[in-house]
Every structure is written in structure tokens, then in C-alpha cells.
Design a protein around this ligand. Structure first.
Ligand SMILES: NC(=O)C1=CN([C@@H]2O[C@H](COP(=O)(O)OP(=O)(O)OC[C@H]3O[C@@H](n4cnc5c(N)ncnc54)[C@H](OP(=O)(O)O)[C@@H]3O)[C@@H](O)[C@H]2O)C=CC1
Ligand SMILES: O=C(O)C1=N[C@H](C(=O)O)C[C@H](O)C1
Length: 272
């Protein structure tokens, strides 16, 4: 017998990802939109979520009451902001539902709070929910492991649209972590996130980050492994936000059958 459609709540429903999630839920078998949440006072409260997302009328009005929405739902898809996601994690844990978190720009303290919430909730969190980027992270780990750190410098370059508020991107950091894992080092102690002025020569073994912002770029990432006389570039270009939304929906369906815990997209995709 097939399971009934999984009831999903989209928080940050009026955002770029919120609207994409609503459209993807509508066209995906096995899931349904249970509720759509925006912050109190938002001009979108009371509007039909489907109409807001350009998906036609769906009969679900946007509200500002996440607790009520979570009580009768099975999962929440959350691409909002760090402080908002921490609040939603507490509520999702209370309601014992799946929490898929795509929000980036979270601090180490924020991450500790998510891990605490995951004692009761099934949390899937990733800086990038797409299949392509998660495969890229596996390839990055492999390349970093295969090429000696003495003689091969790793630089991660990313470009995003002009509205993005955090840097480096969650994806760039995820790729940096993969490179650090490949080299068996701790990223925090090896990363160089800013260069300006007379920096001196590049320190061997570091992992550098460079950030570009402009226009409507959905998300471009390159991992450059630069050696003496040769250069290897592994890259991914996101052309449409639906790749992240499809990943988030797949994560919710996967987590439905898991125990409480803190999972990544590598777990969901079987790449861990
Ligand atoms: N992991 C992944 O695969 C991806 C991650 N992201 C990340 O997702 C996040 C959102 O990106 P994007 O959609 O472009 O951003 P937007 O700013 O377009 O959307 C965020 C939405 O969340 C809403 N929001 C913020 N706080 C609350 C709250 N407390 N309660 C309810 N709603 C809230 C915002 O409302 P308001 O405007 O009123 O603040 C806004 O509508 C970013 O961190 C981004 O980096 C994006 C794409 C893919
Ligand atoms: O803010 C965005 O748009 C994106 N954010 C994620 C990130 O920080 O890496 C994922 C994607 O690149 C789009």
C-alpha cells in the first residue's frame, strides 16, 4: 500500500526559494502543501500560496503561525535566515516532524543549536540541496586526497546574485569542508576567507575562498586545484532554483522513515 502524501510546510513562503518550493511540491507525487508561513506583519499573509508562487490557486493561505502549522504536518522546508531557522528547529522538535534546513550563513553556535534540536527531530541540513553539488563535493574530497597539499593549492570561487546576504556561500564552505576532509585537516584552521593589500605569498596547505556578487546568478562554484604547470578545475553551475527545491523535497521524503538525528544531503543521496 502506498503511503499518503507527506504534508509539508514551507516557511519563508514568499522568498525566492519559498516560491520555488511551493511550485515543486505542487508538481511532485507523494507530497502536498499543508501550510505556508511568512513572518507576522508580512504583506503576503492571507494570500493563496499557489497564486503567490505562480502555480495557480492551491487553497492554502499564507499564515504567520508556525506552531499551529507544524502540529498537523509531517515536515517543514526551511530556506529563511539563521535566527528564523533556529526558532523553527525548536518548534519542529516539539512537533516531532522532519525539518529540512537550506538556510546558510549560520554560525558555529547556530549549528550547535540545530544539533541539540536533532535529539528529537529529524533534521536534514545542507548548504546545497542539489545532486550536482553534492557529487561535486565527493569529487573534491577525492581530488584533495589524491593530490599532495605540498605543490597543489586549493581555491574555491563562487558567484551569486546581488541579493545574497552571506559570504562565503554555504556551498563554498561545504566544498571547503570536503577538500579539508580529503586532506585530513581542519578547515577552520586552514581557510583564508579574505585577501586584501600586501598579503605576502600564499601559505602552503591553506584553502582559499573568493566571493563574487552580481546580477541574477543562481549559484556558480569552482574548486581550483592549482599545481606547478597544471591546473584542475571542478565546477558546478546552477541554472534554476528548482534543483535545490527538488533536493529538499527528496530529503523530506527520505527523512520520513529515519530516526531523530542530524543528517546531510550526502546521507539522503547515499553519497556519504
Ligand atoms: N541549501 C540550498 O540548497 C540553498 C540555500 N539557500 C539559502 O536559503 C536562504 C533563503 O534564500 P532566498 O530564498 O534566496 O532568500 P529570500 O530573502 O528570497 O527568502 C527568505 C524568506 O524567508 C522569510 N523569513 C525570514 N525570517 C522569517 C521568519 N522569522 N518567519 C517567516 N519567514 C521568514 C523572508 O521574509 P522577509 O523578506 O520578510 O525577511 C523571505 O520571504 C538563504 O540563506 C540562502 O543562502 C538558497 C538556495 C539554495
Ligand atoms: O543564496 C542563494 O541563492 C544560494 N545559497 C546557497 C549557498 O549559500 O551556497 C546555495 C545556492 O548556491 C544558492
Amino acid at each position: 500500500m502506498t503511503a499518503p502524501d507527506m504534508k509539508l510546510v514551507v516557511v519563508g513562503a514568499a522568498g525566492r526559494m519559498g516560491q520555488t518550493l511551493i511550485r515543486v511540491i505542487q508538481e511532485t507525487d507523494g507530497v502536498m502543501l499543508h501550510a505556508a508561513i511568512e513572518r507576522e506583519g508580512s504583506a503576503f499573509i492571507g494570500k493563496d500560496a499557489g497564486e503567490l508562487a505562480g502555480a495557480g490557486t492551491m487553497g492554502v493561505a499564507v499564515t504567520s503561525d508556525p506552531l499551529e502549522a507544524f502540529l498537523h504536518a509531517e515536515g517543514v522546508l526551511d530556506f529563511t535566515a539563521p535566527a528564523a531557522s533556529i526558532g523553527f528547529a525548536g518548534l519542529a522538535a516539539q512537533a516531532r516532524i522532519v525539518h529540512v534546513i537550506g538556510t546558510t550563513g549560520c554560525s558555529t553556535e547556530d549549528e550547535a543549536k540545530f544539533e541539540a534540536a536533532a535529539r528529537h527531530a529529524r533534521i536534514v541540513k545542507s548548504g546545497n540541496m542539489s545532486l550536482g553539488v553534492n557529487l561535486l563535493s565527493v569529487l573534491t574530497q577525492q581530488a584533495a586526497k589524491s593530490l599532495p597539499s605540498k605543490g597543489w593549492d586549493i581555491e574555491i570561487v563562487e558567484m551569486h546574485h546581488k541579493h545574497k546576504v552571506d559570504a562565503p556561500s554555504g556551498t563554498a564552505l561545504l566544498l571547503g569542508e570536503a577538500a579539508a576532509r580529503g586532506r585530513d585537516v581542519d578547515l577552520a584552521s586552514r581557510s583564508v576567507r579574505v585577501r586584501d593589500g600586501h598579503t605576502g605569498a600564499r601559505e602552503s596547505g591553506t584553502i582559499g575562498f573568493a566571493t563574487l556578487r552580481g546580477g541574477s546568478v543562481v549559484g556558480d562554484h569552482s574548486v581550483i586545484l592549482a599545481g606547478e604547470g597544471e591546473l584542475l578545475t571542478l565546477s558546478h553551475s546552477a541554472r534554476d532554483r528548482s534543483i535545490f527545491a527538488r533536493g529538499a523535497v527528496a530529503a523530506a521524503l527520505w527523512a520520513r522513515d529515519q530516526k531523530p538525528g542530524f543528517y546531510s544531503m550526502l546521507d539522503v543521496l547515499g553519497l556519504s
